[in-house]
Ligand binder design. Structure first.
Ligand code: PLP
Length: 370
């Protein structure tokens, strides 16, 4: 497709079959475990047209070549598998707990070494990355909402000879393109905003480096964590409306962040879009919007935070994010969540409902739950 198109147009038009008479407008799911011999596809674990349509679209959005996986964690595992035995990974202090747990498991097994740093502290990243094989960045971080300086940390990673990976799940390819900011690999839990309807688990990787793409594709076929055709189709169908969903969810999040900031029961609001947020300037520099996730704290009161989550009627009390329906949860209810995440922190994953309805329900939950 023409490279000067706006990403909101690319999400609608990329990854479609060639426009020839009688061609379908969109790629259908292809249910076949193998292919007739003689072509380059070979077997269902090596490729599928339903994956290709999604991969092409994500590749165009991020500026590289895509690979889809059975889940975000399968994508993470394939990337981490690039690290040689004994290699060192510099990872965020705060990030999706499943990623940090995987790195810890591999470190405990003696497969690799892990150092954790606050990725919002560029100097700390510069210090830590010396001699590392991989620098793992997540920005904004889940659920602390810290913003890493991607160009500066990626440059530090490259100066140290490290492969730089960015988990772009929170920002989506519409708001942030890490490959253009200097990263080597971008990774998504496509389960979230990309698929967008809380009905699919899927992961994705995009890189502009052909050698990295080949190494990661090899891991997908050998480790076998491939997406189902139906899941890939659902994710691409969801992706078609990402720009519209993000526009509404993001404006809802900005509205709620301001209301929550003024609420007497809320002691802290973490949202890079707020004028006083520590990540605001960086987010403005490297993102085209502040996203639809925010976190709040209730002054150290974990039980009250739990009750608030259990008191909503519209907001769904569930883990996950990026769906059309708003969700909230106290992150520390999960034993693997990082202990420096406050016990009373509630992550709000804002959806596309009417902002007044979202606020009314939150407001009553804050009143009734605390
Ligand atoms: N990265 C981030 C930032 C996430 O929030 C998640 C899941 O919550 C993952 C990765 C893992 O993705 P999945 O649940 O699709 O395996």
């Amino acid at each position: 497709m023409a490279s000067d198109l706006d990403p909101s147009t690319v999400v609608v038009h990329a990854g479609r079959p060639e426009r020839v008479p009688n061609a379908p407008v969109g790629q259908s799911p292809v249910f076949s475990s193998t292919y007739v011999a003689g072509g380059d596809r070979g077997y269902g674990r090596f490729g599928n047209d339903s994956w290709s349509a999604l991969e092409e679209t994500l590749g165009e959005l991020e500026g590289g070549r895509g690979l889809t996986f059975a889940s975000g964690m399968a994508a993470v595992a394939a990337i981490v598998d690039l690290v040689p035995v004994g290699g060192r990974v510099v990872a965020p202090q705060h990030a999706y707990s499943g990623v940090l747990a995987l790195l810890d498991q591999q470190a405990e097994a003696g497969r690799l070494q892990v150092d954790r740093v606050n990725v919002a502290d560029t100097e700390a990243v510069v210090q830590a990355v010396d001699g590392a094989f991989m620098l793992w960045i997540e920005s904004p971080t889940n659920p602390a909402m810290e913003v890493a300086d991607i160009p500066a940390t990626a440059a530090a990673g490259h100066a140290a000879g490290a492969i730089v990976v960015v988990d772009n799940t929170f920002a989506t390819p519409l708001l942030q393109q890490p490959l253009q900011l200097g990263a080597d690999i971008v990774m998504h839990s496509a389960t979230k905003f990309i698929a967008g309807h809380s009905d699919v688990i899927l992961g994705a990787v995009v890189t502009a480096d052909d050698d990295l793409w080949t190494s990661i594709e090899l891991r997908r076929r050998s480790l076998g964590a491939i997406p189902g055709p139906m899941e890939a189709w659902l994710a691409l169908r969801g992706l078609r409306t990402l720009a519209l969903r993000m526009e509404r969810a993001q404006s809802n999040a900005a509205f709620l962040a301001q209301r929550l900031l003024e609420h007497p029961r809320v002691s802290r609001v973490r949202y890079p879009g707020l004028p006083g947020d520590p990540g605001r300037k960086r987010a403005e520099a490297q993102m085209s919007g502040f996203g639809a996730i925010l976190s709040i704290e209730l002054g150290g009161d974990a039980e009250a935070a739990q009750r608030v989550c259990e008191s909503t009627q519209l907001w769904v009390h569930a883990t996950s994010l990026g769906g059309v329906e708003s969700m909230l949860e106290r992150r520390r209810r999960w034993p693997i969540e990082v202990p420096t995440i406050p016990e009373d922190l509630i992550r709000l994953a804002v959806g596309i409902e009417h902002p007044a309805d979202l606020w009314a329900d939150l407001e009553q939950a804050l009143r009734n739950g605390t």
